[in-house]
Write a new protein. Sequence first.
Length: 135
Amino acid sequence: MRVVIDTSIFIASFWEGRSRTVVELWKKGKITLCASEAILEEYFYIIPRFNMLKKEAGELLSLFKAGKNIKMVTPSKGLMVIKEDPADTKFLECAIEAKVEYIISADKHLRNLRKYEGVRIVSSGSFLKDKAFSK
């Protein structure tokens, strides 16, 4: 299953169990992370801020650099959907281009949409309740 994971989930995974479980599913190859250049730029900009606090930050950066279980896409259409935080639109653009089922996010601007063009926007907990990951 291909998904887009918002930066907030990677950050939460340093402390929070459900987000950590989502990240572990990606690391183990049970889900494929879909990303664009803009998303990777955000990951590489924000996650290093946590390097001194959590060794997991460095591990994530290494996995991103290696392309671990990542499907890269180049969004073909620009969207202007999230007026409160236009930078979050990159996650929608990627999700639509990659034809994913889920964007997993803790960001309220994204989550307030709930669904966009068939893509469900859910918390890590809601994603894990999906029957495919209930065991």
